[in-house]
Structure formats: C-alpha cells, structure tokens
Ligand binder design. Structure first.
Ligand SMILES: O=C(CO)[C@@H](O)[C@H](O)COP(=O)(O)O
Ligand SMILES: [Fe+2]
Length: 215
C-alpha cells in the first residue's frame, strides 16, 4: 500500500520544504499534477517544477499529465527526472503508442481513466503499463468530492489483473480521505493520492492517519 501526496495542495512558494516534509512523513510517491489549461480547465506547472523537486527527494516522482497530446512531453519529463508518467486515455488518439513511448524512455508508465470513461478503453494496454490510475473525481482541481461509482472500475481492474496474471498497480486520485481510502483499498487499489486531506492541518498527522486507516 503506497501513499502518494499531491503537491497540488502544497505551498507553491515552498515546494522544496514541502517535498522534504512529505518524504520524512513517510510518503512513497510524490504525485505531481501537470495541467495545461486545455485538457483541463486549470494550469498548474510543468517539467521545470519536476526538475526543481528532483534533487530534494528520493520519493518516486509520479507525474500525472493532464495535458493534450501528452506524448509530446515524454522526453522533457524524462530529462527533468520524472520516474513515472501517467497518460490519460482521453488526451491522446494513440494511447498504445504513447505508453510505448514512456516505456522506451525508461520511465514507469500509467494509463489514466476519467470518471466517465469505461475500462474497455484501456484493456489493450494493461499488459504494457506499470499502473492504472482510476480518477475518483473529474480532473482539474483539488478539493473535490469523491465519486464512489468509480470504485466499480477499481474492482473490475483488480479482477482482470488477477485473472490475466498481470502486476500493474491500481492508483486512485481525487477526494481521498481517511474514510474513502478504506473503500478504495477494499475495492483493490494499492496507491492512494491525497492532496487537500494531507495539507489541511498537520501533514505528519494526516499521513499517519491515512496509513493507520490502511492497516
Ligand atoms: O489530479 C488531481 C486533480 O485533477 C488530483 O491529484 C488532486 O490534486 C487531488 O486532490 P484532492 O482531491 O486529494 O484534494
Ligand atoms: Fe492527480
């Protein structure tokens, strides 16, 4: 079970301090939300922020690309020091090729599905990804309410993984707190992104509470 705090909820003037703090508090992955203002109605940050965070943490840098034509940015994120790139199936016309490109760059790859997207759209890439990210809110903003209907897809993916003998991780992202994390785990998720829950109050205590909820 892995915790992936989202730095979208961090202090944008203090990424270094917050990245160090999250790692010290037991974060496994640092989840970095890249938004281009086109695929989603928000603009966050790009590869240069990944480059700035890379030297200050050993955590796996889990980059969630909410951008149009994500395949165009694989090389720049690889150079910036990203460990994992998550590609939305809705953002590319060539999901299989985009995942191949991430894998060829030597990075971990993930395919992402929005709440309105069925898992049938990703069934032909499950063999070549390291992770499937099931969005549990519509992408674009932190602090949204968890959509419980998305858990059905986590359950189905967990079954498919077992049936086909695959080993991709299942990550959930959006509205994860100390209650919803339990439902996600029970459905079969193994990686849990949380932004506003972790940064609302004491970061160390909130990470400990999430960890305890998983035990
Ligand atoms: O990708 C996204 C939003 O588009 C997420 O990673 C959010 O950053 C999660 O924030 P919370 O819902 O946990 O506040
Ligand atoms: Fe995200």
């Amino acid at each position: 079970m892995k915790l992936a705090p989202s730095i979208l909820a961090a202090d944008f003037g203090n990424f270094e301090r917050d990245a160090r703090r999250l790692e010290a508090a037991g974060a496994d992955y640092l989840h970095i939300d890249i938004m281009d203002g086109h695929f989603v109605e928000n603009i966050s940050f790009g590869a240069d922020v990944v480059k700035a965070i890379r030297p200050v943490t050993k955590c796996l840098l889990d980059c969630h690309l909410m951008v149009e034509n994500p395949e165009k940015y694989v090389a720049s994120f690889a150079q910036a020091g990203a460990d994992s790139l998550s590609i939305h199936v809705e953002a590319t016309r060539h999901i299989h090729g985009a995942i191949q490109k991430v894998n060829a760059a030597g990075l971990r790859s993930a395919v992402v599905i929005n709440p309105g997207t069925d898992i049938s759209s990703i069934k032909h890439v499950l063999e070549i990804v390291d992770m499937v990210l099931v969005m549990t809110v519509n992408p674009g903003f932190g602090g949204q309410k968890f959509i419980p209907e998305c858990l059905e897809k986590v359950r189905e993916l967990s079954e498919i993984r077992q049936f086909r003998g695959l080993d991709f991780e299942i990550e959930v992202d959006g509205g994860v707190d100390n209650q919803t994390i339990i439902a996600c785990r029970d459905a079969g998720a193994d990686v849990f992104v949380a932004g506003s829950y972790i940064f609302d109050g004491n970061v160390e205590e909130n990470i400990a509470t999430l960890r305890a909820a998983l035990n």
